[in-house]
Design a protein around this ligand. Structure first.
Ligand code: SF4
Length: 214
């Protein structure tokens, strides 16, 4: 939404929250809004419910902090209208299931994604994407986008953890789920509801200073 005055933002956030929407999650080093095409509901070429999967991924993963921003997209068929093949994580739906891509970029660096794996069900797609993101959260350096992380650690080690070993994939999935208990808080909702105006995190040095002062 363009043209909103800064002083009107808290009221806009409050309106969005009242309508059941999260407004303050898709910024910072975190998951951005998941882009989708219209999928089977609205397009004759659609092979799967790409919109539904995108919404599901976003609801499941919003609020999770990451080493650098994470952009995702889901396209309902290989025509790829959601441009999933230049995202950090992209899904191309096919008649046979879901092709999971990752490590793309479209900015100062431009790079197509790599194919991680192909899965048959939406459940498997969600588990794979979540586990991949958790592995990146644990291994990525601050400001290291996924494509740089892949270059550093290598495809073999990522596939070994996320594709070849279902137990390891579940392990990373479960760790992400555990962490989400503490992550899904809309920082702008706090301000919109009249709560204390504060940032969503405090720098380590400031915490140390406060503790020392107490
Ligand atoms: S990617 Fe395929 S299903 Fe999605 S809008 Fe484009 S043509 Fe339709």
């Amino acid at each position: 939404m363009l043209g909103v005055k800064k002083e009107d933002l808290p009221a806009v956030w409050a309106d969005l929250n009242a309508a059941g929407m999260v407004s303050g999650a898709a910024y910072g080093k975190a998951l951005r809004t998941v882009k989708t095409c219209v999928g089977t509901d609205w397009c004759r070429f659609g092979t799967q419910d790409s919109t539904g999967l995108g919404i599901r991924i976003e609801r499941f993963m919003w609020g999770s902090w990451t080493p650098a921003k994470v952009k995702m997209a889901v396209s309902g068929c290989p025509r790829n209208c959601a441009e999933a093949t230049c995202k950090d994580v992209g899904v191309i739906c096919t008649d046979a299931g879901y092709e999971i891509h990752f490590a793309g970029a479209a900015g100062l660096d431009i790079k197509p994604t790599e194919v991680l794996t192909h899965v048959k069900t939406e459940e498997e797609a969600l588990e794979t994407i979540v586990a991949l993101t958790q592995l990146y959260r644990e291994q990525g350096h601050y400001l290291e986008r996924m494509y740089k992380w892949l270059k550093r650690v290598g495809m073999e080690s990522i596939r070994a953890a996320i594709v070849d070993d279902p137990g390891k994939r579940r392990h990373y999935f479960d760790r992400f789920v555990f962490s989400q208990q503490f992550s899904q808080r809309d920082p702008w909702a706090d301000r919109a509801s009249g709560g204390v105006a504060r940032h969503e995190f405090e720098p380590m040095a400031a915490i140390g200073f406060q503790q020392a002062a107490e």
